[in-house]
Design a binder for this molecule. Structure first.
Ligand SMILES: [Zn+2]
Length: 88
């Protein structure tokens, strides 16, 4: 039971780590008004984020798992804020 619990919290932390790195490299940004994360679709920023996943994954996490977590975060984030009115 303890193992399962620990594993779950590690996954949650890994997603948080991936979001932090993507934010830091400007691959994603937060809507200033609503706080939704948006994918900036910047290939260079993504490349930097994946470099960090590959070269400097969080402790106890393989570079593959770190990169996978990052892809999952990017998959789950749209490129516009769902609450912002779309520009005409
Ligand atoms: Zn917004």
């Amino acid at each position: 039971m303890l193992m399962t619990k620990e594993r779950r919290s590690a996954i949650r932390t890994l997603r948080g780590w991936a979001i932090a790195v993507l934010h830091e490299t400007n691959a994603i940004r937060e809507c200033e008004e609503h706080g939704w994360m948006q994918d900036r679709s910047d290939p260079h920023a993504r490349e930097r984020a994946f470099d960090i996943a590959r070269l400097d994954p969080p402790p106890g996490v393989s570079s593959e798992a770190a990169a996978f977590a990052m892809m999952e975060v990017l998959d789950s984030i749209g490129d516009t804020c769902p609450e912002c009115p779309s520009a005409d």
